[in-house]
Design a protein around this ligand. Sequence first.
Ligand SMILES: Nc1ncnc2c1ncn2[C@@H]1O[C@H](COP(=O)(O)OP(=O)(O)OP(=O)(O)O)[C@@H](O)[C@H]1O
Length: 236
Amino acid sequence: MSLDTIIEIKSANIFQNENLVLSGVNLAVDKGEFIYLIGKVGSGKSSLVKTINAELPLKEGTGVVAGFDLVKIKRKQIPLLRRKMGIVFQDFQLLSDRSVYDNLLFVLKATGWKNKAEIKQRISDVLEKVGLQYKDYKLPHQLSGGEQQRVVIARALLNNPEIILADEPTGNLDPETSDDIMKLLVEISKSGRAVIMATHNYGLLKKFPARTIKCEKGQLCESVAAAEIDFESLME
Ligand SMILES: Nc1ncnc2c1ncn2[C@@H]1O[C@H](COP(=O)(O)OP(=O)(O)OP(=O)(O)O)[C@@H](O)[C@H]1O
């Protein structure tokens, strides 16, 4: 395992309840990598993501994520592992009754931040990263879909995570806004974080080529280039 490896899963069998969803999973991800996770509906993308964030227990094989052993991890360590990850899902899940600032404040307080000046600085830093520094007073419904997704990304960055797990983060966005969110996620990966993005949006793969991993017939396989992927078969 190289010093840059942030996720290493070997010979893993991934189950949902008693059902084997993916078998013989080998996956090594380095810091700074951007990876697409593709595959048909029900092929196991979410199950893999949930294994990485320890929502699904790893029962067979080995797995190390941000230094945590997925097989031996204790329940009380799971929040510590999750703090190394930022999560970005398709429905924005912002608290609708409070401002952008207060949405971010809520997370910082919940993860133990106490110093007011540091909190203010951190919120300002992450909002600047996503280009929303002047909109911190707005309520979510006063923002566009793309802006709301930016707030979700800012929220994911609060605790300086080593990994960003994004599940269909452009799902509800128009193509232009999706491109902006993609550029932001790619930029975030270049700052040294690993970004894993599950998506059905194959147009993005062509436009923003990156390492691509496919869930197919109960296994993971790597495709090096978008040109090698049979997009039609994924649409069935
Ligand atoms: N809680 C569960 N209990 C039992 N089986 C489940 C559960 N969740 C998912 N599955 C099954 O596991 C398989 C993989 O599901 P998973 O959600 O990982 O697929 P996916 O590739 O993420 O799909 P999608 O593109 O719809 O998000 C599917 O066959 C699904 O029916």
